[in-house]
Ligand binder design. Structure first.
Ligand code: NAD
Length: 492
């Protein structure tokens, strides 16, 4: 099989009960290439009936799938991994066309998604709970993990190939049925991944795709047949989803937005730190929940570090994601580009020093693209909006502090706690930050604190609502409940 990478594409479909279906809601939206403005396809939104059909098909499939031997359950996942790897380049091309990031970034995100399929294949081991002989006189006790039913995941636009795979493989490996609601801004790559799901050998109804927007999400959250929901997206929506799903008695994990910091101490390798800082802030055009865009630098090396950052930033090429040599692709929509431009203007108004202005960037051959060049502010104050609010564009701001304690204080004053990075040559400073920073992921001499799939991934504070995070062992816990057998055999 081949994946259709050449737009215009037919309207985006749902995948329910092993069949392709057309969403039956009245709303929908056009999907456009962020770099060219070209119309790629249209996605229709799913109605309450569409959602109900998907959930009921999941419930029916769960009756058998939940008790299918685990070794059989992971076979379609092995096949899915093979198919994803065989079609990784085609998927990456689709992803670039609808999202705007670079081809390498698209391939990279798919690789991180595939990693989750691999980890989920370990479920015969990771789903085991525990056994204790002679837990009490003549009594043996055994804890077991059981799947629960139908789960849903509602995912954002910025990693449309990877984030669905934070959930789907674990949900089905543990014996549940799964319904994905991808972002309506770039839903095509998820549809293409489902073309591979369709071939991987899952029984009908185990894995399903419903497209849509807010109403579709609400139908999923309000449906009695949905046992739990995973959400990844912006903080205000994460909070709403958490409250609505919990009020409906569902398990819920809701990952929200971010504002991440980099700390650079005077003992750091400054050139290395500058390279990683610019990559962290500008990769995927800054549309990453792990983008570190507030850079807190020890005063003794502040001026030197600013110069290094500016050299690095000026070196980045803005362009079309499928063209060789592009470092920074397009932003998702013109509306989002305007929002980022407004935030840059707010930074200027609030008194930060605009050291590099990416607003006048032009990309030859792509006059209609949503492009912004790397933008660097100096002398940022932690109270400024550019230091407090998520920008989601290729913009970073630098500020100086006296020492590591002040740096940690700046970081911990943030409402968010998704991630942070520290560049240092000092183990003592690393230990201070490791002990004091209120973040879910901390990179030491690593610009983007993205854990491998066998570790959980999730933030703190306003970056996360719930308790069990995405990926790894947390997903096994989220998708199962434990039962304890207390056994006595008086004749033994
Ligand atoms: P978003 O919140 O606008 O949308 C996310 C999903 O929620 C989409 O599927 C959308 O259809 C749905 N949705 C939007 N508004 C809704 C509403 N009012 N009610 C119900 N559902 C709604 O987010 P986005 O713009 O697609 O993604 C960017 C955001 O995601 C950023 O804030 C980014 O930091 C965050 N993000 C967080 C993580 C993380 O791990 N914490 C990872 C990736 C992205």
């Amino acid at each position: 099989m081949t994946i259709d990478t050449s737009p215009p594409w037919d309207d985006v479909r749902n995948y329910v009960d092993g069949e392709w279906r057309t969403p039956s809601g009245t709303d929908g939206r056009a999907v456009t290439d962020p770099a060219t403005g070209e119309a790629l396809t249209r996605v229709g939104f799913s109605s309450a009936t569409d959602v109900d059909e998907a959930v009921r098909a999941g419930q029916a499939a769960f009756e058998t799938w939940g008790s299918t031997p685990v070794e059989e359950r992971i076979q379609p996942l092995f096949e899915l991994k093979r198919l994803l790897e065989d079609h990784q380049d085609e998927l990456a091309e689709v992803l670039v066309r609808e999202h705007g990031k670079t081809f390498d970034e698209a391939k990279g995100e798919l690789r991180r998604g595939i990693e989750n399929v691999e980890v989920a294949c370990g479920v015969p081991t990771t789903m085991q709970a525990g056994h204790l002989p002679n837990a009490a006189p003549d009594i043996d006790e055994t804890a077991v993990r059981k799947p629960l039913g139908v789960f849903t995941a509602i995912t954002p636009f910025n990693f449309p190939g990877m984030i669905p795979l934070w959930f789907l493989p674990y949900a089905v490996a543990t014996g549940n049925a799964f319904v994905l609601k991808p972002s309506e801004q770039d839903p095509v790559v998820a549809e293409r991944i489902f073309e591979l799901v369709d071939r991987a050998g899952f029984p009908d109804g185990v894995v399903q795709l419903v497209n849509g927007g807010v109403e579709t999400v609400n139908h999923l959250l309000d449906h009695d047949g949905v046992h739990g929901a995973s959400f990844v997206g912006s903080t205000p929506v994460a909070r709403e989803i958490y409250e609505r799903a919990a009020a409906n008695g569902k398990r819920v994990q809701a990952q929200g937005g971010a504002k991440n910091h980099i700390i650079v101490t005077e003992t750091a390798d400054l050139e290395f730190a500058a390279r990683k800082t610019v990559s962290s802030a500008c990769a995927c055009a800054g549309e990453r929940c792990l983008a570190n865009d507030v850079v807190v630098v020890e005063r003794a090396v502040y001026d030197e570090f600013v110069d290094l950052v500016l050299d690095e930033a000026r070196d980045r090429t803005v362009g079309y994601g499928l063209d060789d040599g592009t470092d920074i692709g397009a932003l998702i929509t013109p509306e989002h580009e305007t929002r980022v431009r407004d935030m840059i203007a707010a930074g200027v108004d609030e008194g930060a020093e605009l050291l590099l202005d990416g607003r006048d960037v032009t990309v030859e051959g792509y006059p209609d693209g949503n492009f912004l060049g790397p933008t660097v502010f100096g002398d940022v104050d932690p109270s400024m909006s550019i230091a407090r609010e998520e920008i989601f564009g290729p913009v970073l701001g630098l500020l100086s502090v006296a020492d590591i304690d002040e740096a940690v204080d700046v970081l911990n004053r943030s409402d968010f706690g998704n991630a942070a990075s520290l560049f240092t040559g000092s183990g003592a400073d690393a230990r201070t930050v490791r002990h004091e920073a209120d973040v879910g992921n901390l990179g030491v001499n690593a610009g983007t604190a993205a854990p491998m799939a066998f570790f959980h991934f999730g933030g703190w504070k306003d970056s996360f609502f719930g308790d069990l995070h995405a990926q790894g062992e947390d997903m096994i816990h989220f998708y199962t409940d434990t039962m304890t057998y207390i056994e006595r055999w008086p004749d033994a």
